[in-house]
Design a protein. Structure first.
Length: 244
């Protein structure tokens, strides 16, 4: 038996997220089916992060346990031959049996892209959130910095999700402007379900001056998701990097 570590890039547009489902096609299912074709055995592939429907990844990390003598390079080439054009393996290697993609993840970086212009872009419709309204970028930048540090992010957690703790540590949180694009980047010890999309939804509400920076602070302190603005749509979100 050997353990493989995979670094995966994918366009999530045509998939119902990472995690395998009974009805809808997912990233995990597509990867597992490709692996089965190569080694003739059903094998679970465990991802470090369960991205939602329509969310993309530049550096998703996953592992699996296989009993096969096929070399790493042949598995790498085989995966990328079998997989569709919107999912590819960037790196593949045999690692120590103790490696666990999910449990050993120390931190993650997510990036969210916004197109802030009078007209939408047909070419970016699957990779950004188009917002026609001019945004107050200065206020968005100030609000983003408030999230750095250890906080209870329950107000930015998708409703109905149950966890032992909703406290997370954010190492970096900032908005960058390169007209007509805005990107929000956040690095944290971990993230709650739809946390980044909920944060971006609130930052955009600040940019539109629908809520104030003080409202944003009060929302964070409230631990009440019902008080927050609607989440940003999934297509602008990218899982950029995972650190182990």
């Amino acid at each position: 038996m050997r353990r493989l570590k995979l670094i995966i890039e994918y366009d999530g547009t045509n998939y119902h997220g990472w995690q395998r489902q009974l009805i809808y096609r997912t990233i995990q299912q597509t990867l597992e089916e490709a692996l089965e074709k190569m080694i003739q055995t059903k094998t679970p592939i465990i991802g470090a992060s369960r991205t939602d429907r329509g969310v993309h990844a530049m550096g998703q990390i996953a592992h699996c346990q296989i009993e096969s003598s096929i070399s790493d390079i042949k598995l790498f080439k085989g995966f990328n031959t079998i997989l569709p054009a919107d999912i590819k393996i960037k790196k593949l290697k045999t690692v120590d049996p103790s490696f666990h993609a999910q449990k050993q993840a120390q931190s993650k970086i997510y990036v969210y892209q916004i197109l802030n212009s009078p007209s939408p872009s047909p070419l970016l419709r699957h990779y950004s959130w188009w917002i026609r309204t001019p945004l107050n970028i200065s206020k968005m930048k100030k609000a983003a910095k408030i999230l750095v540090g250890e906080h209870d992010f329950k107000a930015f957690q998708n409703a109905g999700t149950k966890l032992n703790s909703t406290i997370r540590t954010i190492f970096k949180s900032f908005v960058q402007e390169k007209r007509p694009y805005l990107t929000y980047q956040v690095k944290g010890s971990g993230f709650l379900k739809q946390m980044v999309r909920n944060i971006v939804g609130a930052l955009v509400a600040i940019g539109k001056e629908e809520i104030s920076i003080e409202d944003f602070k009060e929302l964070l302190a409230s631990k009440n998701r019902k008080l927050g603005p609607a989440p940003a749509p999934p297509q602008g979100l990218f899982l950029k990097k995972i650190f182990h």
